[in-house]
Design a protein around this ligand. Sequence first.
Ligand code: PGA
Length: 249
Amino acid sequence: MRKRIIAGNWKMNKTVAEAKELAQAIVQGFTRTDSCEVVLCPPFTALAALREVIAETPVKLGAQNMFWEEQGAFTGEISAAMLKSAGCTYVILGHSERRQYFQESDETVNKKILRAFEHGLIPIVCVGETLAERQNGLTHQVVEKQVRGCLADLTSDQVAALVIAYEPVWAIGTGVVATTEQAQEVHAMIRALAGKMYSTRVAESLRLQYGGSMKPDNAAQLLSQDDIDGGLIGGASLDVKSFLQIVYA
Ligand code: PGA
């Protein structure tokens, strides 16, 4: 049985004080823990503060990115070991905004995933097609290429442990959510692909999140689908009430 996972991707929002305040409110409001894992992914600068806020609670900490090298002269970068030592359990890798603005590719995301696992971090790997790709009927092809590229050289156990977030680029931050059918269809495709590439066991344990304008009013329906195990929430994760409504959905 896959445990559901709702992660808040705060992106480049919140100062340390603001982040603490938001996390405190979420922790206070999240009391049912059995059926859903909750992960907060603040900016790097707020990781230390959130680690204290979530201590002794079921809420977990995640980062939004990391570099693939172990350590050294890479000004401005953050390593997997640093994130682990800062209390992270998860790390978001290959978000479409990183692909778009920072030239990340499946190849560099793959290097990051391998390094994250070496340090005991669980990657949340983002994939998804652009609007033009969807309109040209390329969705499956694009997502399959991303999944294969990102997961290259991973062991079956690693793939079984990770999280893939399907985030259609046209739905991120736009208010345009994928229909339940569109989302479920791609999630099922990703799970079937994992079955083909690895095994039924891997496909059954791999957790798949939907991301892209998930809100309280569409979350329950998306999350009721067989292959949607959770959500990666951007905008709605910055508001306590909306975020908790999605968690309880
Ligand atoms: P959104 O972002 O919920 O604001 O669309 C989702 C994401 O980018 O992870």
